[in-house]
Design a binder for this molecule. Sequence first.
Ligand code: FAD
Length: 239
Amino acid sequence: MPKYLNGHIIGIENEAPQTKRFFVKVEDVEKIEFKAGQFVTMELPIHEKRLKRMRSYSIANAPDGSNIIEFCIVYLNGGLATTFFFKDAKVGTELKFKYPAGVFTLPSVIDHDLVFICTGTGVAPFRSMIQYIFNNDIPHKNIHLIFGTRYKEGILYKKEFENLTKKHPEFKYTVTLSREEDWSGEKGYVHAVYKKEYASPRSDIRFYLCGWSMMVDEAVEHLKNMGYDDKQIRLELYG
Ligand SMILES: Cc1cc2nc3c(=O)[nH]c(=O)nc-3n(C[C@H](O)[C@H](O)[C@H](O)COP(=O)(O)OP(=O)(O)OC[C@H]3O[C@@H](n4cnc5c(N)ncnc54)[C@H](O)[C@@H]3O)c2cc1C
């Protein structure tokens, strides 16, 4: 098996002012095998040293038997990879990446409620997992996606998740905005949401946390202080 897969960008869509969706067709395989929640590590043309060229991105869509994968990437001011994605990458741009990897995936049997907590593009692996569960009728309990960002315009995949709540009463979607004035929904950070909703510890919940370390580290500490066990918490750190 070759170490790297090759692919090229077949579509780019604006999802929020600083966030784009990149659709990539993998060239070497007819169907790309991965588990919902996994990521790929890309080698990007951004530095002369190989190790400094590597960046990981969660796959934002579910495995669907095709060779197309989606990434949801936020621009970071001065960031090498994100500058490449936002300024240089276009339809046709070739990408080289390792096989999907990572253990931030669903259990083989979903016999607990799932609470997915994220900010910004940390939603990517959860979108993959949620699509996977609903598209394949995977047996599950309640699923609660808690998404945080600063302003309304930064809400990612909003319509899609709202539509899922209409079809699946066991799917709950909470958006909390930390800086928006004009918003009737939850305000503040994601922490306030799960602290309120899951205040009394329950053994039948699994928390999945994804995003930048500040949010994830704080959430782990809060959940433990609330009485939840390490075994109930899984996480994916973006940096
Ligand atoms: C498993 C995994 C999956 C990932 N999936 C995604 C994904 O789906 N989408 C996505 O957008 N990113 C994702 N990332 C992050 C991604 O790999 C890069 O780190 C990110 O795109 C920044 O790369 P860059 O080269 O532009 O920035 P760099 O040139 O590496 O530098 C950016 C600098 O800013 C800091 N920084 C980065 N982000 C933030 C932030 N939000 N707030 C504050 N400081 C920050 C970094 O620590 C660094 O010092 C993932 C990371 C991992 C490990």
